[in-house]
Ligand binder design. Sequence first.
Ligand code: G6P
Length: 613
Amino acid sequence: MCGIVAYLGHKPAWPILIKGLQRLEYRGYDSAGIALMHQNRLQVLKKKGKVDDLARAAQNYPTDGSQGIGHTRWATHGPPDDINAHPHTSGNQRLALVHNGIIENYALLKKALEKEGHVFQGQTDTEVLVHFIEELQHREQWPLEEAVRVALTRITGAYAIVVMDRDDPGKLVAARKASPLVIGVGNGEYFIASDATPIVEHTKRVIYLNDGEIATVSLRDNLQIRTMNNEVQTPYIHELDMEIEQLEKGGYEHFMLKEIYEQPTTVADCMRGRLNVEQGWVRLGGLDDHLARVAQARRIIIAACGTSWHAGLIGEYLIEDLARIPVEVEYASELRYRNPILNEEDVVIAISQSGETADTLAAVELARERGSLVYGIVNVVGSSIARLTHCGSYIHCGPEIGVASTKAFTGQVTLLSLMALVLAHRRGVLAESDFRRLLLELSEIPGKIAQVLEANAQIAYIAGEIKDRTNAIYLGRGYNFPVALEGALKLKEISYIHAEGYPAAEMKHGPIALIDENMPVIVIATNKSAYDKIVSNIQEVKARKGMVIAVVEQGDEVISQLADYTIEIPPTEEPFTPLLSVIPLQLLSYHIAVMRDCNVDQPRNLAKSVTVE
Ligand code: G6P
């Protein structure tokens, strides 16, 4: 969603901001803009469309200055056009502001400001906020940071903002509530951004602004952080563990393809130091101090959104099957609004790649309030969910740039597999021989993912056969049911083909009515436990002339006779099949999207990190 980047220093700000906005493109957006400050003049350039459109449009304008703020906007209030694009300026053209989030009481404020004579150009809540700050500044003669602080105490909603004042050059004021902001501290220069991706090529020293904090960075007075109540805070500088190469495509045509191919490495990274086959142990550092409580939990509730929710469903199968603890999986957005029964006997696991998803964050807050222990499974280090949970584990996949999540999904499932094994061992519900067998098998998954990737050319061929269809059905049973949901989501997200995932047996209760020769049915048929049942499901599809693409275990002879196409994956223990069976589905969606000429890494209307509810 919206992305913020700001610079204050001694170098030309324009190229830093443009590059920064390009780094933020992966978050999803529909317009972009930059405000520059130069010799007490404010220059604002903003445009509907891509950052490249903005850069082109700016060719005829001066882009001088070593101070500026930039923004990529994902429209919430008002259509994505040049006027609603950020930065927004105050009526007196003194202030420029960029904002990520939603100001909920903006309509009331707007009315009050209009009565005072303020005139608004567009429909955004952000424009109201900058006029409100202007009003306070004008009325009370406060310095910028005080006007911002007081304005923020009077608004409700979520925000990350950066503001600058033409009459107070050499200063940026930034604040956050429920939307992330990172400050990069360079040599006599500062960078502020929604995440670390625009910062890492300039400095690795960063400060994560906490909720309810306001930072003032100034070339004269350095950096000051205060709370909304005006208490001075001591900033803590973190060292970023991110390399610039991780943000580049590294020879691949798309980030998504690169990330699919990274999975043998990222799954291994997720397990590194956490599992030892020879000595027969598995351990999650983040769980150590809370192991007794989690192992004795009355039940575990998993809260997540999107692909992370699918990983959570696999977590349910894993934890119930191996550790025998009851698990419920909830859409975070539903959990937070339905007055759930949660207390100190429950453990809530929040799963989030970005660690910033607004609904998941709110579910974490709710669970904390109700006394549950909250465990985070997160990719982005230092993100809000990672910091708000009581404990947790990073999946260590590195930056995921493609909007469609791939390596984060397998990282989350790997982490949940480790967690199920830790809990099973602690509870003594798994025979030692089974435990050891599963450890060994899990350790071999990265190599087996690499083997699945070798089917890429065959999968691309199959993609060519179904690329022009308008619908698709994905079927799976047991551990592979969530994989069917994930396969369908991947196809929808990036190729805009309508797709549904279903438990294979449920097909008879509705979707079967849709099956004819035009309907591709992708069946994940690697289950050992329900093999005959899935064979029957395939026969039911074939009897209605559906086209069957089956993901099967190597050496399968029965389904390969029935299906139109089969994709083989190496044999594994059933609990770990999702880690292999999802890979062909990721590749299938990828190739179909490329063949349909879709923007694979930045699909329309989607955002990588959904920071509004
Ligand atoms: C968005 C992304 C998805 C992601 C979901 C949850 O919809 O496009 O790829 O699965 O948010 O995000 P999270 O960062 O919480 O895992």
